[in-house]
Design a protein around this ligand. Structure first.
Ligand SMILES: [Ca+2]
Length: 405
């Protein structure tokens, strides 16, 4: 009961902080032992980073980390490298920007080809002379970004020491739009070497239902940017071949089940209604026609079951969890083998879900008192985790007690 009370007070604190604007640093120290598993967890702080966003482990154990303002660094032997050189030009407009340098992934054949993939936001080459943000009362943020035309992109490059070579843009959001966030942009390799990209709706709502744009979609491409022949809309007139599924809002979490190969995503809902979806090709997940949440201007959105054309989420959360980052835990160091772990920004921790086929069997909250942006599993079963602050952190989570005690 006491643990529950602590967790609840943490949630309330998170709500009040959100109302006053995001703090630059985590406000609470981590306890010595996080009492979630028997014996507890211990968090070790490894490095400081400015708004870290994405991570990928190289086969030799070096860790790639992106910082949203536009830096890629390599963490190795306890130290961070200088920013990797020759990155594509990233558009970043300061702390409140949801764009910037976002995710990083390594090629499944990295050992041979040394290719990596970066997602980021870019400004259009030519900017219109006059742009007016017409506003949309459904959007929950003052549009305080500069009114420039931009969109998301994914580039591949060869990692050569601490610089990139042969940078090629392999995918772009179409069309570019002015202002606003919801880039999405998590990257995940599927089993056959295809690359999944979560493409947010850019806070433009209706394009998520259009097959002529790739906003508000899960996208699937080959690593050279070409369209896999078995994509659901490949070769269909009036549709973009890169679309894998549609009707999405803003997805910052995507993971593949290690046994079934199922692709799961977690999606930020509007006012209420964060979603967990089992993503299947060609299906429509409903945004903005249906949602288990409602618009920020209090207009009602019908729930998913009101229209059988739309696929319902497997789970939705109100109050929201603000999911960012996800994986299926494969190791045995922590007693979580087979669980899905999901990062929480507003929930300031991890959510552990056990999945039985296509259903959630159990759900547990792990309070880390920090906005969790992303995390990955190291080969030894520890978790490497980054937090969403200007003074963000790279941390390692491991059992507090040695194995077997
Ligand atoms: Ca939905």
């Amino acid at each position: 009961m006491k643990k529950l009370a602590v967790a609840l007070s943490g949630l309330l604190a998170a709500g009040s902080i959100a109302a006053q604007g995001r703090p630059a640093s985590p406000e609470e120290p981590l306890p010595d032992v996080i009492t979630t598993i028997q014996g507890g967890l211990r968090a070790e702080r490894l490095a400081s980073l400015e708004f870290p966003w994405g991570m990928a482990l190289l086969p030799d154990g070096r860790l790639l980390i992106t910082e949203k303002p536009g830096r890629l660094r390599i963490f190795s032997d306890g130290r961070l490298s200088a920013p990797v050189k020759n990155l594509p030009t990233v558009s970043y407009q300061g702390d409140s920007d949801q764009g910037g340098l976002l995710d990083v992934a390594i090629d499944p054949d990295f050992a041979r080809n040394k290719r990596i993939y970066l997602s980021y936001s870019e400004a259009a080459d030519g900017q219109p002379v006059e742009l007016a943000e017409t506003g949309d009362t459904r959007v929950n943020r003052k549009v305080d970004l500069k009114q420039i035309l931009r969109g998301g992109a994914v580039a591949s490059a060869t990692l050569d020491g601490e610089q990139l070579r042969d940078v090629q843009v392999i995918w772009r959001q179409v069309p570019k739009t002015i202002g606003r966030g919801h880039f999405g942009h998590r990257l995940l390799f599927g089993r056959n070497g295809t690359l999944f990209i979560t493409s947010g709706d850019r806070m433009r709502f209706e394009p998520a239902q259009s097959l002529e744009t790739n906003l508000g979609k899960i996208v699937r491409i080959n690593t050279d940017g070409s369209i896999p022949k078995d994509n659901p809309f490949a070769g269909k007139e009036g549709a973009r071949g890169d679309i894998w599924s549609l009707g999405h809002r803003n997805m910052l979490s995507i993971a593949m089940h290690p046994e079934s190969g199922q692709i799961w995503t977690w999606e930020m809902g509007p006012k209420g209604g964060d979603e967990m979806n089992l993503v299947q090709p060609g299906k429509d997940y409903g945004w903005p026609s249906v949602s288990n949440g409602d618009n920020y201007d209090r207009t009602i959105i019908p729930d998913h079951p009101s229209n059988p054309d739309f696929t319902e989420p497997v789970r939705s959360w109100t109050p929201v969890i603000s999911p960012s980052g996800a994986l299926f835990y494969r190791g045995s160091l922590l007693p979580w083998r087979g669980s899905a772990l999901v990062g929480g920004l507003s929930t300031k921790g991890l959510i552990r879900l056990t999945i039985d086929g296509e259903r959630i069997a159990s759900e547990e909250r792990i309070d880390l008192r920090r906005r969790v942006r992303n995390f990955i599993e190291a080969p030894d079963g520890t978790l490497l985790l980054i937090t969403d602050y200007k003074n963000g952190e790279l941390m390692r989570l491991r059992p507090a007690a040695p194995p077997g005690r």
